[in-house]
Design a protein around this ligand. Structure first.
Ligand code: UD1
Ligand code: MG
Length: 465
């Protein structure tokens, strides 16, 4: 659990905007950055402050956002029917906020924001005993952001939006992140006083700054170290840019925790993935969703793991694809293997090239090394499944089970027509089509055509034209 704890803090997340520039049927905050919706990134960040409550303001497609997030206990949903501006959005939270010292206001579309940065904002706000504190930044390009206007003594006097700014004001390089910490006691009086006489006819949250000063309250600015953290996603170009920055951060975090990542620029490791120490992730790998990889594994190059679970010392060779499957320790997979949902490989298993396994168990020490399809099957321990074996699990309408005991040897090019069982220690001759249960032990094989030898056989020769 996070070390941070702000029991007298209320968080407001502004997420009612339409996100027009995304050109999407999805509300903006449901777009994913490294596999996690933007709203989940920001909620995860603010939850680690352990505040008293979190209010999320939604408007556009609010039902979709609610359905996605569910109902955490300390979260209140607030509807803003018309998007009349950021000040108007915060005002809608009045009914759900009670008995806190401060209100922290953040936007739903800034997934790079870190909890420590917010904690520093709240701490500085409290150390200065300020009424309104705005988190500011010095980005390389201030275009589009509200500029921080300071008086002759260097005190913040107002925040001017790009569209309302004079040419001189547009030269200011310090900008507002849109994130504020405001003393609860003063916040709603200030919000009620805001007007909408500006270039966008909106109720601007930044207008609380001059209103607070006019009321004799104190306003401070806290400058953030890394301006990338406030980057907001407005279109899909921003989305890709933010994802790149987050990917770099996540990979560096895993590297510091003892994971080797080769050619990190070619690798995707999504936000929810977990990886153990001394594991090597080679070039071109994609680790997606809820994938978990144990210690001392070796993955890749160019392997794809989606919601995969790997125990320790697993080798996944090049171009293998593992989706919704579990792999026991000391197991080898690939190259070019495909494990599909509900495949479970136990310890010391070998699965080789061009093998597909679906909804099946492969017992400890068993080998399925070449060109094989295993579906709806349980394989015991110590088995050898020969090249080209096919479990015929589907009759075109229904699926059936194949059950293979322990220490079974299945010869190459065998078809097992399910439902069928093979007893412990059985051996099946190459090229058999097994349609009935096979007894334990002994050799089972289906009839073969007699082998012939034609001594005077001549190979055809190419006709010259
Ligand atoms: C806002 C700030 C600007 C700051 C910038 C930082 C205002 C007026 N401007 O500008 O000073 O530099 O953020 O990124 O506050 N929203 C609502 N309801 C509304 C309007 C907006 O919930 O009626 C939400 C949006 O979904 C978004 C956030 O508020 O998450 C910010 O709104 P946006 O329109 O992106 O403001 P900016 O123009 O970026
Ligand atoms: Mg914005």
């Amino acid at each position: 659990m996070s070390k941070l704890h702000y029991p007298d803090l209320q968080v407001c997340v502004l997420a009612a905007g339409r996100g027009k520039r995304m050109r999407s049927n999805l509300p903006k905050v449901l777009h994913k950055v490294l596999g996690r919706a933007m709203i989940d990134h920001i909620l995860h960040t603010v939850e680690s402050l352990r505040p008293k409550g979190i209010a999320v303001v939604t408007g556009h497609a609010s039902e979709m956002v609610r359905e996605h997030v569910g109902q955490p206990v300390n979260l209140d949903w607030v509807i803003q029917d018309k998007q009349l501006g950021t000040g108007h959005a915060v005002k809608q939270c009045e009914q759900v906020i009670r008995d806190v010292r401060d209100v922290l206001i953040v936007c739903g579309d800034t997934p790079l924001l870190q909890a420590e940065t917010l904690a520093r904002l709240v701490d500085e706000h409290r150390q200065c005993d300020s009424d309104v504190t705005v988190l500011t930044a010095q980005p390389d390009n201030p275009f589009g952001y509200g500029r921080i206007v300071r008086d002759a003594d260097g005190h913040v006097s107002s925040i001017v939006e790009e569209k309302d700014a004079s040419d001189d004001q547009r030269q200011i390089t310090e900008v507002s992140s849109g994130i504020y910490c405001v003393r609860y006691e003063v916040l709603f009086d200030l919000l009620h006083a805001i007007g909408n006489r500006n270039a966008q006819s909106e109720y601007y949250l930044p207008d609380i700054v001059p209103l607070a000063l006019a009321a004799g309250q104190s306003v401070e600015a806290a400058l953030m170290d890394d301006s990338d953290e406030m980057l907001g996603v407005n279109d899909r170009v921003h989305l890709a840019h933010v994802e790149d920055l987050m990917q770099k951060r996540i990979i560096e975090e895993w590297q510091r925790r003892g994971v080797t990542v080769e050619k990190p620029d070619t690798v995707r490791i999504e936000a929810s993935v977990k990886i153990g120490i001394d594991t090597v992730i080679q070039a071109g790998c994609y680790l997606i969703g809820a994938t978990q990889v144990g210690d001392e594994c070796r993955i890749g190059p160019n392997a794809v793991l989606v919601d995969a679970w790997l125990d320790d010392r697993v080798n996944v060779y090049a171009f293998s694809h593992i989706h919704g499957a579990a792999v026991g320790s000391d197991t080898l997979v690939g190259p070019y293997a495909r494990l599909r949902p509900e495949a479970r490989l136990d310890e010391h298993v070998h699965v080789g090239n061009f093998v597909e396994i679906k909804k099946s168990v492969v017992g400890e020490g068993s080998k399925v090394n070449h060109l094989t399809y295993i579906g709806d099957t349980n394989i015991g321990v110590g088995c050898n499944i020969g090249a080209g074996t096919i479990t015929c699990n589907y009759d075109g309408a229904n699926k059936f089970l194949t059950e293979i005991g322990d220490n079974v040897f299945i010869g190459s090019d065998t078809q097992l027509v399910a439902p069928v069982r093979v007893g412990d220690g059985a051996t099946i001759g190459a090229g058999s089509t097994i349609t009935r249960d096979v007894d334990a032990g002994g050799l089972t094989l289906t009839e073969r055509n007699a082998q012939q030898h034609v001594t005077n056989w001549k190979r055809p020769v190419k006709v010259k034209r």
